[in-house]
Design a protein around this ligand. Structure first.
Ligand code: UD1
Ligand code: UDP
Length: 368
């Protein structure tokens, strides 16, 4: 049997891997390598537990560090494991330092690379993720683009071979779980929240956790009067403590700062909120699909169609714009199937199997 190695390391990658791992279960041997980039229980193990994916076969335990340090550790430690496992191909997800390290290590060892969420661009090279995406796409052999926009981005960079618009894998897992959460409003009681009457906030981007930017965001958040629930990413927690900003939030009775939550709990908090304020890539997409208005704490987004369709508004870290949007942003446009039909893992499986069988002319017959 062919052997496929999935390389993951950060919260959204455990989520993205799940549908593809499940789709490939009967067809190939699968190995999971966790880089160890995220390691807290609520940033890592919780997802393996609740999403029913096997424990990683290896954990490279790279931990936290600067970009170069993290990426270098992944390359060094992964090389050894890949030489041992000798996979038929490897799969990387998204745009983290784990994605980049894995792509470089695999490329040098000549293992074919599949990039899930290929072609996504912000056109902001200051973001660490943008470098990770560009380099990964350059060395990847098979490109699974989530949207037409992503396909176009790849084509503009001269990447035309083995580019497939599979749809977005985050929609697959969202679709599977949405029906399960319809009746789970009860969870809101735990937080004393009422359906449609609270704001869900997440912040973790590197730029937004720099002192000046974080101060502006916290100043705006601390002026919101509606109930707010804020699952705090460990990076942001660390910075709020370092810059002595946490007190501005915890003193407010309408503000609940909570630890990061599991995937299903997060979907429940998203689904029943009035509004989401975030700088997360994944949460912008989820907000659009679920139909909750989203205010994005960035100047640009990779998910431009969510803005074009009127369901997402970009406010950067401008406190006035954020507060105005909290009061006045009411989407009106119709949402479309911009992320496919929720069957992207099946599309990816067909392509991977065809590739492993030597069919290099495989055409994916879908239309979105
Ligand atoms: C990373 C990705 C980002 C992705 C995000 C998903 C890169 C460059 N960034 O950002 O694209 O959107 O994951 O959540 O890869 N920390 C802990 N415990 C953990 C993990 C992190 O305390 O389990 C703290 C450490 O202080 C660490 C900091 O968070 O230095 C940042 O973690 P890191 O993985 O470098 O970046 P993220 O902000 O999580
Ligand atoms: N998420 C979660 N718990 C949280 C915050 C986010 O399960 O406390 C999920 C969220 O629903 C989405 C994914 O994690 O599926 C997004 O990850 P994150 O915001 O960390 O990274 P990004 O998408 O920006 O890379």
């Amino acid at each position: 049997m062919n052997k496929i190695v999935h390389i993951v390391g950060a919260r959204p990658q455990f989520i993205k891997m799940t549908p593809l791992y499940n789709a490939l279960r009967e067809s190939v041997d699968q190995v999971i390598i966790h880089t160890g980039q995220h390691y807290d229980f609520d940033m890592s193990d919780i997802f393996f537990d609740e999403l029913n994916i096997p424990e990683p076969d290896y954990n490279l335990e790279i931990g936290s560090g600067k970009h170069g340090e993290q990426t270098a550790k992944i390359i060094t430690r992964l090389e050894e494991k890949l030489m041992k496992e000798k996979p038929s191909l490897i799969i990387v997800y998204g745009d983290t330092d784990s994605t980049l390290g894995a792509a470089i290590a695999s490329s040098k060892l000549n293992f074919p690379i599949v990039h899930v969420e290929s072609g996504v661009r912000s056109f902001n090279r200051k973001m660490p993720e943008e470098t990770n995406r560009i380099v990964t796409d350059r060395v990847a052999d098979i490109h699974f683009a989530p949207t037409k926009t992503a396909v176009n981005n790849l084509n503009k960079e001269g990447i035309n071979r083995f580019v497939y618009n599979t749809g977005d894998i985050m929609y697959d897992i969202l679709k599977m779980n949405l029906t399960k959460i319809e009746h789970k409003k009860a969870l809101l009681q735990q937080y004393n929240l009422n359906e449609g009457k609270y704001i869900l906030v997440t912040v973790h981007r590197e730029a937004n956790t720099e002192k000046d930017n974080l101060e502006k965001i916290i100043s705006a958040l601390s002026q919101i009067e509606e109930p707010v629930v804020f699952p705090l990413h460990p990076r942001t927690k660390k910075k709020l403590v370092q810059y002595n900003l946490l007190y501005k939030l915890i003193g407010r009775r309408n503000m609940q700062i909570i630890n990061p939550v599991g995937y299903v709990e997060m979907l429940i908090l998203e689904k029943f909120s009035r509004l989401i304020v975030t700088d997360s890539g994944g949460i912008q997409k989820e907000a659009y699909i679920i139909g909750v208005p989203c205010i994005t704490l960035r100047e640009e987004t990779e998910w431009v169609k969510t803005v074009d369709d009127g369901w997402n508004i970009l406010v950067g870290n401008d406190a006035d714009k954020l507060l105005k949007a909290v009061k006045e942003f009411h989407p009106r446009g119709r949402r479309k199937n911009i992320f496919g039909d929720g069957n992207s893992a099946i599309n990816m499986k067909k392509i991977i199997i065809a590739y492993l069988n030597g069919d290099t002319d495989y055409k994916l017959d879908i239309n979105h």
